[in-house]
Design a protein around this ligand. Structure first.
Ligand SMILES: *Cc1c(COP(=O)(O)O)cnc(C)c1O
Length: 392
């Protein structure tokens, strides 16, 4: 008999009943250090007091009104995002997938309004992840996600991650509207696009007048130690998708864009019932206030540096379990020699949560405000997990 919850996830036998900071408590009382943070979502940890306060205040005031009316919390969050990023404008969604949908629509409408109606294709890369909607799976293009769900939304050109020659050639096509890429692939296994490649991508887009579209759903909102990962490369996109960390655990996403890239999205061209609702934006506004702060981001860098160094030590101690460390800031990955899912399970037994990714990697995406003590604990627990698998 089919379970009452559609069984599309194979779930770990863990039931968390309470969260506090970087820790979760299981129904049986065991405590777990959470290096998954709901897959890079709980950017300020569980039950962050500042977020609980704004959410509670907003909940006692006004939950939902519809985008038919002005929403002050939404306006405030949009102003903050425009102030701190390349963007001139923002549209709010409830998820990264919805942000992907709008990003694709926006890019196509841009060219349609310019009269260049043939430009509908978006170039994407192997190993990418852009959500599970029809556009999202067509964009990423991997068999694992698309098999059985055809016909797929047309208009995506799939290239091999890192194949510069193919990209240079594909970008020449008069059917290309934009290039969509994650500055650091998350699901793909913490695979950063080198700064020089992001710069090259910007140049390529400028050369052909096409749109540079970034998916910073996982790598954005302070995760890499800058507010957005592309800032490391010193370039700016035309369109960017944001979600996960921006809500700190409350469902919230956004598409940010330049005035030019967004020019086609006039009244009536897009909408959302819940997107940008007062509850989500009250929380998102507070998350932005805390994370988009130089001192906070400097701490993410410092902590990321410590954690990375300690992980390098772990790799050296267990060469039969781990191969190398990847990533920047607090978006770190351990490329494994043992099977990544076995290491994740061994972590469960020691009270530490990590998340598997493609390319036999485990992801470490702790709350951005994880304490130094907890970082030390990360290594203690992962060491125990590795020892339980190691033959050395
Ligand atoms: C998680 C993720 C998405 C999809 O976000 P949802 O909120 O799950 O819809 C899209 N892109 C990237 C890079 C992601 O990590």
């Amino acid at each position: 008999m089919i379970p009452s919850v559609l069984p599309t996830y194979s779930r770990a036998p863990l039931t968390f009943v309470k969260g506090e900071g970087s820790w979760l408590t299981e129904a049986d009382g065991r405590r777990f250090l959470d290096l998954g943070a709901g897959i890079a979502v709980n950017s300020l940890g569980h039950a962050a007091p500042e977020l609980v306060a704004v959410l509670t205040e907003q909940a006692n005031t006004l939950w939902h009104v519809s985008n038919l009316y002005n929403i002050p919390a939404q306006q405030k969050l949009a102003d903050a995002l425009v102030d701190k990023t390349f963007a001139d404008t923002a549209f709010f969604t409830n998820s990264g997938t919805e942000a992907c949908e709008l990003a694709v629509k926006m890019a196509r409408k841009y060219w349609y309004d310019k009269g260049d109606t043939a430009r509908t294709d978006i170039i994407t890369f192997s190993g990418s992840f852009h959500g599970r909607s029809s556009a999202g799976i067509a964009a990423a293009g991997s068999q694992k996600m698309t098999k059985g769900f055809g016909p797929l939304l047309p208009g995506f050109i799939h290239l091999e991650f890192g194949d510069h020659a193919a990209l240079t050639e594909a970008a020449k096509s008069p059917t290309v509207a934009g290039i969509l890429v994650e500055p650091v692939q998350g699901e793909g296994g913490i695979r950063p696009m080198p700064d020089v490649c992001l710069k090259g991508l910007r140049d390529l887009c400028d050369e052909h007048g096409i749109l540079m579209m970034l998916d910073e759903v996982q790598c954005g909102m302070g995760r890499t130690g800058k507010l957005f990962a592309h800032e490391w490369a010193g370039v700016t996109p035309d369109i960017m998708m944001v979600a996960k960390g921006i809500g700190g655990g409350f469902p919230l996403g956004a598409v940010l864009a330049t005035e030019n890239a967004a020019s086609g999205m006039v009244a009536g061209t897009h909408g959302s019932t819940y997107g940008g609702n007062p509850l989500a934006c009250a929380v998102g506004g507070k998350v932005m206030e805390i994370i988009a702060d130089d001192a906070f981001l400097a701490e993410v860098n410092r902590k990321g540096g410590i954690m990375r160094q300690k992980l390098e030590g772990l790799v050296a101690s267990y060469p039969d379990v781990f191969e190398s460390v990847r990533g920047t800031g607090l978006m770190l990955g351990l490329k494994c020699k043992a099977t990544n899912t076995d290491i994740v399970k061994a972590g469960y037994a020691q009270g530490v949560l990590t998340v598997p990714a493609a390319d036999n990697v485990i992801r470490l995406l702790p709350p951005l405000n994880i304490s130094d003590d907890d970082i030390r604990m990360v290594v203690t627990l992962l060491d125990k997990a590795a020892k339980s698998l190691s033959s050395e």
